[in-house]
Each structure stands twice: as structure tokens, then as C-alpha cells.
Design a protein around this ligand. Sequence first.
Ligand SMILES: Cc1cc2nc3c(=O)[nH]c(=O)nc-3n(C[C@H](O)[C@H](O)[C@H](O)COP(=O)(O)OP(=O)(O)OC[C@H]3O[C@@H](n4cnc5c(N)ncnc54)[C@H](O)[C@@H]3O)c2cc1C
Ligand code: SF4
Length: 807
Amino acid sequence: MKKKLVMIGNGMAGVRTIEELLKLQPDGFEITIFGNEPHPNYNRIMLSTVLQGDKSIEDIIMNDWDWYKSNDIQLFAGEEVVEIDKEKKQVISEQGRKVDYDELIIATGSSSFILPVPGSDKKGVVGFRDIHDCEMMIKDSRQYKKAAVIGGGLLGLEAARGLLNLGMEVDVVHLMPHLMERQLDGTASGMLKKELENQGMNFLLEKQTAEILGDERVTGLRFTDGTEIRADLVVMAVGIRPNVQLAKDSGIYVNRGIVVNDYMETDVQNIYAVGECAEHREIVYGLVAPLYEQGKVLAANLAGIPTNPYEGTICGTQLKVSGCDLFSAGEIGDDEGTKSIKVHNEFDGIYKKIVIRDNRIAGIVLYGDTKDSNRLFRMLTKREDISGMTSVSILEASGCCGGGEAGDVAAMADDELVCGCNGVTKGTIVEAIRTNELTTVDEVGGCTNAGRSCGRCKSLISDILAYTLGDQYDTTAKKAGICGCTTLSKDEVVAEIREKGLTNVREVMNVLGWSQEEGCSKCRPAINYYLGMVHYDGYKDERDSRLVNEKMHANIQKDGTYSVVPRMYGGVTTAADLKKIAEVAEKYDVPLVKLTGGQRIGLFGVNKEDLPAMWEDLGMPSGYAYGKTLRTVKTCVGEKFCRFGTQDSMGLGIELEKKFERLDTPHKVKMGVSACPRNCAESGIKDIGFVGVDGGWEIYIGGNGGTDLRAADLLDTVKTKEEALEITGAYLQYYRETAAYLERTAPWLERMGLDHVKEVLADENMRKQLNERLDKTLERYNEPWNEAISDRAIKEKYYQVRSVSVE
Ligand SMILES: Cc1cc2nc3c(=O)[nH]c(=O)nc-3n(C[C@H](O)[C@H](O)[C@H](O)COP(=O)(O)OP(=O)(O)OC[C@H]3O[C@@H](n4cnc5c(N)ncnc54)[C@H](O)[C@@H]3O)c2cc1C
Ligand code: SF4
């Protein structure tokens, strides 16, 4: 006779325990599960994708209804257990259903902690724990504008990012002076804050909520210092509380969680606890990695198979917000017993801190570059003695195969963790690939569970497949993706956008199976660019997917201020414009006024909140000194004034700049027009350059005057300005359509071949079609500075420094 196994809670830890048990003893138990949510087991970690409204519940289901049926599991979904009768060995549900058990697992998880402040029961106050919470937030975001998230920890920041994506303005309120203070030190926390501010979040630090304002529905928050903010939606992300009341009422020993021993047994025979509701050696965990370990031990215990005890877990933390690459584990602070290695590269936005105690790594904080997190985490958890190592070799893996992905994988030890959530090592994956002849990331996940939770390790799994299978690894799968979120190349992404008619960044990431639901700072701007290039006659640009300078329409400087560079077509200005610039520089106390290399005047050191007013006062178009677009057309004075000049260089330069300004290109584009071969406008090192000769213009392409100096190649010689403009249009459009995002024309030309590009541009019909598409694209653009001046929403969203009103 099968034993009766009942489980209370249908969440991640509980169902993983059942999966493990089914592997060990498929026919050992008659299983009944109660879950008070009306869904089958889903991936709670992925709730942020549901919050953003671009994944449905179905997408995050881990075990669908059929899974329960095919494993003969009786599931009572949407039914809460309200009593455990220890004497009768029976559970009773709120509907009065009574089910007997031989063995009982309590896997009730946690609930959001709702601050016990006046008003916390008002409409519009939610936690961030389950599908119901997400649905409420999504609904409210359609009706309301201002959200406040209380809590600047992992959950709070992920919720805030989701709400921003839903179009809300978000204030994050945090009690402490630093965000994620339990995982990050002050430096890393400051970097995180800056990045999130750039993404549009507003922070109110060291603020304690005293009251939630409003009548029936929330209208704002009041803090203990008396200040207030407006809010139509309040998300509480201040912590979780284990769901232990049921166990407590049933007489099971409960401290903060349900107290269990190393085999997940409670103090009552045949009753076990696993997951966030369990307290093991005085620790209650809130991440899946330890819970899955607990589940494994419990499954073996139930199956009667000898197993090592569960002895606790050191957890590593990551944040699922694109653009914020961070990892933290162990101790983050210093004391007299620790020494730490710190590297802070402000230029690249990278910070690393390794805390060392007794010649062993005791803590890790990585921001901006987390590629060594697995290796360092292994050294921490294995307590490796590092006394023979240098600080450089601690910080960076040596890479025995010349670096790169294969080198990185080769340098990993077999026991190095690849999937932190599921505790899967490189060795286990390599073994599974070889034994089971696995060839895809999904197959590896199916066999080892790696990549099945937060999904961040999928690109590393792909590298391990490439490393293990060598040439046998399917080329479509191993080829470098446009970033770590996908294995798809630029050409494949563009082809899919065309074929499937994908129209926005979210859709591309969802439909094409991105491993990180929010993408990253590398892929989002690229996808936005490719979408605009493909849908040239009607794409609505996604400003929030752009790189920060383009989002702001101003270049951010190293001290956090911005530069303002108005357009000066062909480098030609007037006394009136010069006066305006001088007046604005004086009025706003601009610290630096400087002539730029592109023949215009830059105002440097401008505060964010002054930008729209300055633009309005200037009344000049943006010079796009920050954009992946046409920057400048440098010209010489030419035939009008120079005695050597044979052509009207200023005239052509101004026409070129007026025609192609604002055009999105894969990377910045610079032009030069010189009226004779003396080449005063340096046309030979421009993306496209013109040199006046007797009877026409020579056109040069693919030049670069930057770090990778390249002399431009002669493309053609034309007689008229009109021809020059036509060939420029075709050239730019061909570059736009065939280059990868962030590929300059110089490497692009080398890759494509000069002869090929010449051939394409020599074809009149081709030139015509390219120009037609280009002209349609150009119709799409508006002057961005004007837009910011006239559109209040843009002004408030991007340029307002928000302050707390004091009453
Ligand atoms: C938005 C979000 C993001 C997260 N991101 C990460 C991450 O990146 N990495 C990570 O490791 N972890 C993350 N977590 C945490 C992770 O989801 C949890 O650690 C994990 O889900 C806990 O599993 P569990 O089974 O213990 O509890 P749960 O998954 O909460 O399952 C418990 C279930 O039991 C039900 N239940 C409770 N009482 C009863 C009862 N009396 N009768 C019937 N059913 C009952 C609950 O409703 C719930 O469905 C995240 C959590 C959230 C909310
Ligand atoms: S490039 Fe020739 S025409 Fe132009 S300024 Fe120089 S010398 Fe004069």
C-alpha cells in the first residue's frame, strides 16, 4: 500500500521537493497538495515579467495542470488548509475537506510584510508576492500615475523597475541611507542608485513612513519627519514573514519559522517543513537556492534513502534589473579581523570588493562586472586558502585558453557553480551533456534544472555546451548573441523582427526567448535601433530603451552634469546666435564654454533641471553631440573665401547636415567637406568625406580619426551637389541596414569589403530604393529639445529633480 503524503503549499520549494521525491521513488506515495493560490506551481522569481504585463501567467508556470495528472497528484488549488489534526493525522481545508496523511509537508512560504502604520489597509496598498499583487499593480498603472515603493532592497527595486516599465512615476522610499544595505557597501550602493536614477527612479532615503494618506484609497505618504509625497499606489517591499500560524496553532514548535532539524523534520513526528516557512539552525531563507537544497534532503529522507544532512547555505545575491549588474555574498563590511581588496574603476562603472578574513574570502561585492562571481563564490563557499595568491589573481581568472568564452569556461573548476538558484556546477553540466548527448540550453535545464529559475546563467550554459561539444555544437546556438541575454546574432534578430512582425522591444525579448526578461543595457538600445530601421515608416521610438545620453538628449559628464551643444550647420554661425549662446552661458552660470572638434560651441557643466530652460532660451536645434546619429559636418570656407577653393564646401556641408540631422545610425557618423585636396576639413578621416576637385567632388568613405585611425577609401567622383547628396543617402541607408548596432563605418567597410559597397552604390535602382527608405525614416523625427520644452510629461519625467514637499 502506498503511503499518504499531503503537502500544504503549492509553491517553488514544496513542488521541487515532490519532483525530487518522484525521481527517487516514483510509486512510493499517494500525493495530495493544497495550494491557496488558484494556479498550478509557478516561478515566483519571474513575477516581475508578469508585473510588466508582457508575460502571462502561462509563461511562468513551471508545472502545469497536466503534470499533476500525469504524476497522479491530487491538487486542490485555491483551497487553504486551516487546521492540522496531529492526533488523527488529518488536515482540514477552509471548505471543510478532510484528508488523512501518513507524512505531512508544510511548505507554506511567506507573505509580504505590511507595515503596521495607519492607513495600510487602504485601497491601493499592495505587497509584491504573488500573481494577484501583480495583477492589481498592472490594473492600477492603467488608471493612476504616481507610485511609491517602500523598501530599497531587492524586491523593492525590482517592483520599482516594473512600475516604471508600466509607465508610472516611481518614488522609492527607504529607511536606510543606502540601497540594498545588507548586500552592498556604500560605494556599490551609490553606483546602483545613480544607475537607477538614470533609468528614471526617484529615491527618498532615510525616510520612515508614519502614515498612509487618503480616504478610501491611498493618496500619499507622510513620513516621521513630517514631509509628504503624493502616491496613487503604494507597494510595500519591506520584507517577508514566514507563514507559520497554521503550524503554531497546531502545536508544532515555531520560532521565527517552523523549526526543523538537518533532515527538515519538525518536532512532531511525520511532519516536515521546507522552504521559506522553515527555520533551520536559526536561519529562515528567502532565496530559492537553499530551499531547493532543503527539498533534496527532505525528498531523500521521505524516500528512506541515506542522505547527507542539510547544513545551511551561503547565499549569493543578484538583482534582476537591466543595466545593474551586481553580485554580493557573505560579509560586506570591514572590521579589525578583515582585509579587503577594492578596485573602483569610475570610468567604466566597475567596482569590486573582496573581503578577506584569515586568508579566506569572507565576502564579495561586485558591481558592473560580475563575470568572476561564480569563481569567487566557489572560493568563498569552499573556504579556499588564498595565501599564495596575488590580489590580481584573486580578482581575475587567469584563463588558460587565451580568454574569451571558451577560455573562461576552461578556467572554471568542475565544482564551480553555474546555476546558483539550483546549485548546479560546471562538472554536473559537462557530465550531463556527455552522458545524455544534450545539445541545447533547454535540454541541459530539463536534465539538471540549471537555468530553470531566474535564468541568468543561460548564456554560461551555452558557453559550456560550446566548450564541451566543440565543433559539434550547433552553430546557430553557439554563435555569439548580441548580448548575454540571447544566443541570436544581429542578423537573426533583424530577420525575426521582419518575419514575425515584432513591433516593440518587450515583444522581441519575449518572443525570441531572452534569458533575462528585462534585457540589458547592451541589447535594449540595439533592439530599439533595429526595430526603427526595419519599421522605417512608422516606428514609435522607445526612449527608455536608449542609452542614457540619448534618453536625456544631452551628454552626461563625469561629475553628473550635462553638456549642451547646439547645432551649427556646417560649422557656420551668426553674430545673433553667438550672442544668444553668450547670454545663456551667463544666465545659467555655465562653468565651461568650449569650441568642440566638430566646429561648434559646447556649454559644459549644466545641471539636469536647467536643460529644458536653456534649450528654450537658446532656441536652436540640438547638435546631437551625444547620439548614435549624424554628429557634425565639418567644412572649410571653400571657394567663397579661400583662394584655393574650387567648390562650395560650406554650401554642401550645410545641405548635408540639414538633410541627415537626427537620423539614427548604428554608431555616430561624422562628415567633412573640403573644397580642395588640401583637405582643411579632414575629409579623409570621416565616415563620409568630400573633397572638391575641378568639376566636382570626390567622395571618401569609412575613415576614422579616433583610436582606430583609418584613412577613408575613395568611393566615387560626382559632378554635382545633388549627386553627392543622393549617394550619401544610399550609403548611409546601406550602412544602417547592414551594420550591427555600435559598429562604426570603418570596421563595417572592412567587413563588407569596399568593392561590395561600391557595387551596391553603383546600382541606380538600389540607390533609389535605399534613398526612399531613408527619406521615409527622416520624416519620423522631431526636434528633441523642442519636444522637451513643449511636452510637460517629458520635462517632468526626464529633467525634473523631485523634491519632497514639507508642510
Ligand atoms: C517578486 C519576487 C522575486 C524574487 N526573486 C528571486 C530571485 O531572483 N532569486 C531567488 O532565489 N528568489 C527570489 N524570490 C524568492 C523566491 O520566489 C522564494 O524564495 C520562493 O518562492 C519560496 O518558495 P516556497 O515554496 O517556500 O514559498 P512560495 O513559493 O511562496 O509557496 C508557498 C505557497 O503556499 C501557499 N500557502 C500558504 N499557506 C497555505 C495554506 N494554509 N494552505 C494552502 N496553501 C498555502 C502560498 O499561497 C504559496 O502559494 C523572489 C520572490 C518574489 C516575490
Ligand atoms: S581645403 Fe582647400 S579650399 Fe578649403 S580652406 Fe583648405 S585650402 Fe582652402
